[in-house]
Design a protein around this ligand. Sequence first.
Ligand code: NDP
Ligand SMILES: N[C@@H](CC=O)C(=O)O
Ligand code: NA
Length: 428
Amino acid sequence: MKPIKVGLLGLGTVGTGVVRIVEGHQEDLISQVGSPVVIERIAVRTLDKQRNIDIASSKLTEDPWDVIDDPEIDVIVEVMGGIEPTKTYILEALERGKHIVTANKDLMALYGSEILAKAKYKRCDVFYEASVAGGIPIIRTLVEGFSSDRIMKIMGIVNGTTNYILSKMSQEGASYDDVLQEAQALGYAESDPTADVEGLDAARKMAILGTIGFRTNVGLDDVSVRGISSVSKEDIMYAKRLGYEMKLLGIAEYQDNEFNISVEPTMVKEDHPIASVNGVYNAVYVYGEAVGETMFYGAGAGEMPTATSIVADLVTVIKNIKLGINGLRELVSYTDSKVKQDENVFCKNFLLLQVEDKAGVLAQITQIFAEYQVSLESVLQTPDKHSKDVEIIIITHNASKASMNQVLSHFETLSAVRRIKSVYRVES
Ligand SMILES: NC(=O)C1=CN([C@@H]2O[C@H](COP(=O)(O)OP(=O)(O)OC[C@H]3O[C@@H](n4cnc5c(N)ncnc54)[C@H](OP(=O)(O)O)[C@@H]3O)[C@@H](O)[C@H]2O)C=CC1
Ligand SMILES: N[C@@H](CC=O)C(=O)O
Ligand code: NA
């Protein structure tokens, strides 16, 4: 049987997992695709780097063009990351008729439509299951599993690094910096972990999920983003005391040709299934008009979980090669929709205020909420540990983002409000 020859761009955390699975599951692969699957050539940055896998040096090259120009290679697996020169490599590989499997959410969120258009023109496959939620097959679920439905909401933990950090801070009182270093050592974090902790990685993934799930073009700029670097241990402890877990949530909602997508630290009610998703695990909740509520759970990062999605895509590409139907997945015509205005985006909110301890302050504060039609679910007052002031903890009922912005701006002008210490979205 003629082997299918695969080229790898990158042999880091994910690339190593791909080699392990292709070699370790070779019999399973042959039984599924009817041919051996061979890793023919691998491009790396530096040949002499110490690796935790044995690879014949003849397979390694420091020149990615040795992979892209190799006429024997049918499929290229891109697991080097970054935007350039990666985008050029992928477009040139497509120009040469090679199929692509990638884990690169940075690239697919920003240039996915350009890459997929080129693939369609060249009748090549481009699959990117590993780019969102690691080992969870959420992209093929949205594309195939929910093809008959209208998806209205996609909400989830789609970044393993930040979930690992928040979980350890909540469960062990660990320090943010220590846990971030642990996540980097475990290969969860991006080469620049700022993308993880400032929410950009999750935003890229939500832009991809929004485009696929809502069948509409979502740009990265359409996603409002806030990371976890400003989440304090005190915030996490307050959340727990009130019966919530702090999670970095991506929340995408779609209705009447308008969508709203945000990534933000969110206080999730402890009895919500997402509240118990901890460590590097991800979970994606999908609500469809017909199917109702569904949820998917699994490792969002790490060598082997991510590599399973890469090799699953590789199997699909090889089957398409055998059937002669490559490049036909992208039949979807994505509509253009509008981003919802803040007046039409609603959620519950948690506020932690430091205020002057004097008569009438609480009345002033509640009056401001009333002025902007924001109803309150609960109000707690405790002495401020570090001053003669008091802390007021407020959870609102559903309120529009616009009204909440007006309330917060008004608080800024109130002398009795010393500091707006924390504001978080609340999901019950
Ligand atoms: N880590 C994870 O859990 C997940 C990662 N991803 C995505 O997968 C991709 C890879 O991630 P990961 O494996 O963690 O990254 P690593 O940094 O561990 O590996 C990157 C690999 O690419 C090689 N490389 C980088 N730039 C070049 C270049 N210009 N020319 C040749 N080789 C190059 C590096 O070479 P060398 O080894 O010589 O340094 C290394 O082998 C990224 O897009 C990431 O966002 C997606 C889901 C999960
Ligand atoms: N850095 C990412 C890797 C997977 O996409 C994460 O932590 O989720
Ligand atoms: Na996935």
